[in-house]
Ligand binder design. Sequence first.
Ligand code: HPA
Length: 274
Amino acid sequence: MQDSLISQLRETAAFIQKNYSQRPQVGIVLGSGLGNLSSEIEIEKEVPYKDIPHFPVSTVAGHIGKLVFGKLGGKMVMAMSGRFHYYEGYSLQQVIFPIRLMKLLGIEALLISNAAGGMNRSFKVGDLMAIVDHISLFVPNPLVGKNIDELGTRFPDMSEPYNKQLVAKAKSIAANLGINLKEGIYAGVTGPTFETRAEYKLLHIAGADAVGMSTVQEVIAAAHAGMKVFAMSVITDIGIREEENTITHEEVLQAAADAEPKLTAIFKGLIAEL
Ligand code: HPA
């Protein structure tokens, strides 16, 4: 089955290369409510997911996922417009298929954003956090199964899944733009429920500063394949809180949209300096 997975990936890569002759250098995966960066790409080619062999297809009605190829910050980029989450019912191998495809297409750097709940007591809604490490023990590991040796080793090192140099660069870009970029540890969960008060507390005690329903699987796949990753969370709600308020998806999307321009500016600066 895994043998066929690598041949599927190769077929998919060959299909993309037939449709688009440039080699992308940077992969971009944007989180909920954080998609505006794609609109700044000088688009050269768009390929709907439904046309791509072996690609997961969005099950959500009215949602058109596509790969966007073009230029941003002087680099050739490949952005996913529409991301696959485990909570939507995709298998973990489907969730990481696009990241592995990026690797086969020659991409070496991956930029990821997400919306996340804050647990660090100094965080406020709207803050940006550069992810410096993650806790992914609460979700199944996407590399379970026969290893694909062509992509990476059976037991990948995870001592620096988030590239330290990219974090340092992002910090200096943010400082030059007058943006306060925090740093922290992201805990991955499956969702789709937001966490209970006890769960936020547990994740905080475990060492996490923020929690979200994406990113960790993609980063594991990227680390396995030896890609450099920079990932950033927008804090869209505060999990550890005294008042009896609730969290809604609408509130998360609104907070993400408000913080989006800052995130976009940092990503653009970083791409230009890669
Ligand atoms: N928990 C999990 N995922 C999230 C949250 C949260 O509080 N906010 C945005 N995504």
